[in-house]
Design a protein around this ligand. Sequence first.
Ligand SMILES: [Cu+2]
Length: 494
Amino acid sequence: MKNRRDFFRNTLGLGAIFAAAPRLFAAQHEGGTGMDMKHRSHATDRGSGLIVPVETPDVSQLPWRIDGGVKEFHLIAEPVKQEIVPGRVVDLWGYNGSAPGPTIQVNQGDRVRIIVDNHLPEATSMHWHGFEVPVEMDGSPGSSQDPIPPGGRFVYEFTLHQEGTYFYHSHMAMQEMMGMIGAFIMHPREPYRPRVDRDVAIILQEYATLPNITIPNSMNMEFNWLTLNGRAAPATTPLIVRHGERVRIRLINLGMDHHPIHLHGHQFVVTGTEGGRQPESTWGPGNTVLVGVAQSRDIEFVANNPGDWMLHCHLPHHMMNQMSSNVGPMSRRNGIPAGLDMERGMGMLRQGSATSEENGPSLGRGMGVGSTSEQSLSNSPLKTKSATQHEDMPAMQHQGMHTGEPAISKDANSVPGFPQDAFMEGPMMAMDQMVDKPETFGLRPGWSGFMAGMMTFVRVLPQEKYDQIVELRKKREGNKPMNMDMPGMEHKHE
Ligand SMILES: [Cu+2]
């Protein structure tokens, strides 16, 4: 047991777990005591390590200070720059520098105070999703409180008698679609059984952002960036577990879609919802859990099958990045007529007002690409390699990516429906080096070319390989969640 506890002590201080920008914390929580390292107390204070702290890969943990027996947290609603994959920085709204915001962890029975400052250019309100607290602490703008004006502050304070996987989010609808959510874990007074060796929380989000535009269209109903804890694959940080460990993964969804999250290689049981722990008599086996909007689902399994196993949303469109229908001269000489242009197809206004006759109201799913007129799809000659190198025909590869050729047959163009994934997945899209981090060590070369959207790995590793990664984490400088400084990352994304 000592070793196990030491293990958590060692790894929890390191990057992917408390993976925020420490500078932000320093700036925003100066003078605070009981910083993030105190979260370890969850592991040691109670029940001889029966409760382990929850890891949130790629998202930081919110520090607190104790003030007269009250755990005091400080959240700042603000615009953030979120790098969802290398080189793709999106203008989101979040908390304390990231979207999703930092993770809050408390113990059942805690008295907590959360100071919410609004640094947004408009009013906001913070809702504590599923909390049984007095109505004046519910954060419902207009009914339980006045919205927090720009530059304003509201102090929430309540005692938490619940346990489970909860979250906080802005209760302004469009702000939710800009990223304003964070995990709020309430550890049970009586540890759950069976105990888990590893406990992870992942927030599912989605954005509609056109190529070369950094601001998501919060009114859209189709999404081309799907994220786990604020990153799209292959930039998501794999979960590293030892062969034989029992694992809990807490999935939280706030967006416009429900996400069927599928785990390869294992069966799991759903042990909790956004309402807390479920009785064991309700746990049936499965390998896909539908996480509906505004829900959380806890799954548990024994990692008894060694390998690098995918964990992902199984909606096909949620396993891609930067989806855009036949946009630009990508694989074809002149592109393919696609009904509407991309701006209108995704609802971006280029001129006029939203209600002008030209734009007209046309909200909803039907707003998507090709919704107004049938796409006239006809295969034109595939660009040859020399054509891609022509000056005014940019090559189909990004700096820093591999330059592999997609495997396609000679008669590909004569096959109705081609291409589907030929230019969306495969060696051409691989960027192993750009997303290299300890947790990706030893993955099969070229792996990143097939990972996109809401995907990550659960890597079930033998002790030796596991230790290697722990060593690499120790060596990693600082708490960088991803290699933001890699040379390949300097290419422009404006
Ligand atoms: Cu999905």
